[in-house]
Design a binder for this molecule. Structure first.
Ligand SMILES: O=P(O)(O)OC[C@H]1O[C@](O)(COP(=O)(O)O)[C@@H](O)[C@@H]1O
Ligand SMILES: [Mg+2]
Ligand SMILES: [Mg+2]
Length: 361
């Protein structure tokens, strides 16, 4: 299938539950619990509503732990590495524990996978085994914790492919189009929760007084055009030709082939970058580079790229590896990495076109 075709027809054509349909428009001020119950009142997925409510609670507790960080003994790293060989911050592990504790007992989940756990976590037998698999990045952007810059949590929900027997790693290896829900929490000046279940994207702000997430950003959509890109330019010497061409053209500004000035942002927290893009447009890149030819990118497919792609596409944007839609990638391993280009549709299409035009690497 020609990649270009998928991106060109404005209606991304995932084949799984991520296709979605559109119930009534939620209104400002609705609490997440009310929205959630309303969204799932009639659908057979009431369990999903309950699970998303538990994930929302876990994010509230993680938000409090992050905010209390310097006041508690939770700052700094543990001295241990995760399966990616990255230093684990204390709060990475605290957030991982909190996400498990607040979602394992409700009977909606059968197993979980996380950036901070090498293996899958099967729900202890004293709890009811649910129909969903929860995949998450407990703390995204954790290199920013010590410097008090926004961080977040990212989550993705899949259906368990079979109800009998033990859950295996392979049960998680479903392409992004099979997600039934995805979202992130952003722990910034305000704590926010942004969620999709295939019916568009809605943003909620935590009201610290009531402890409720309140709908403040209904039906988020990404402008198809933008003049703002986000990439870690310190990796420029290692980028592939299509990305070098694209960024050079942006940097050339009004006298360059684009004839327009571009702005750049890099927070080093994917959650903060994607949130900015949902609010004011933009394109986010963590592309493949030749630092390690065996490594297709830095970010992880299952708990960073897929959930963010679901959100971006549901908001009218696009998400690609440069060579194929991210949500069509067939996962081979829980912690596999992938090249990421996502955001305003017309810029992502341009980058895909540059990949098509470039001589094979
Ligand atoms: O430090 P770099 O190379 O700029 O990478 C920043 C990227 O790495 C991440 O921090 C990786 O996420 P984790 O913090 O969850 O490991 C992304 O949030 C961010 O986009
Ligand atoms: Mg991350
Ligand atoms: Mg993380």
């Amino acid at each position: 299938m020609a990649h270009r075709t998928v991106l060109a027809d404005q209606a991304p054509a995932p084949t799984g539950p991520a296709a979605g349909s559109a119930p009534g428009k939620p209104h400002m001020g609705t609490s997440f619990s009310e929205f959630n119950t309303g969204e799932f009142a009639v659908s057979p997925q009431t369990d999903l509503g309950v699970l998303l409510g538990q994930v929302a609670t876990a994010c509230k507790v993680i938000s409090a732990a992050v905010a209390r960080g310097p006041l508690s003994d939770a700052m700094g790293n543990t001295g241990t590495d995760n399966i990616q060989g990255e230093n684990q911050q204390k709060l990475d592990l605290i957030a991982n524990e909190l996400m498990i504790r607040w979602t394992e007992w409700g009977g909606q989940v059968a197993a979980m996978a996380s950036e901070e756990m090498a293996d899958i976590y099967r729900i202890p037998t004293q709890y009811r085994q649910g129909r969903y698999l929860l995949v998450f990045d407990p703390l995204d952007g954790s290199s920013n914790l010590d410097v008090n810059v926004s961080v977040g949590s990212i989550f993705s929900v899949l259906e368990r492919p079979h109800s009998e027997g033990e859950v295996e790693d392979a049960d998680f290896l479903q392409p992004g189009v099979m997600q039934v829900a995805a979202g992130y929490a952003l722990y910034g000046p305000a704590t926010m929760l942004v969620v999709t279940t295939g019916h568009g994207v809605n943003g909620f702000t935590l009201d610290e007084e009531t402890g409720e997430f309140i709908l403040t950003h209904p039906h988020l959509t990404i402008h198809p055009d933008t003049r703002e890109f986000a990439i870690n330019a310190s990796n420029a010497r290692m980028w592939e030709a299509p990305v070098i061409r694209y960024i050079d053209e942006c940097l050339a500004g009004v006298n360059g082939p684009r004839g327009e000035a571009f702005n750049m942002r890099w927070v080093a927290s994917m959650v903060a970058e994607i949130h900015r893009i949902l609010i004011r447009g933009g394109v986010f890149l963590y592309p493949k580079d030749n630092r390690d030819p065996t490594r297709p990118g830095k970010l992880r497919l299952m708990y960073e790229a897929n959930p963010m792609s679901f959100i971006v596409e549901q908001a009218g944007g696009a998400a690609s590896t440069g060579r194929e839609p991210i949500m069509q990638v067939q996962p081979q391993a829980l912690h596999q990495r992938v090249a990421v280009i996502m955001g305003s549709r017309n810029e992502v299409e341009r980058l895909v076109q540059y990949h098509l035009e470039a001589p094979a690497p």
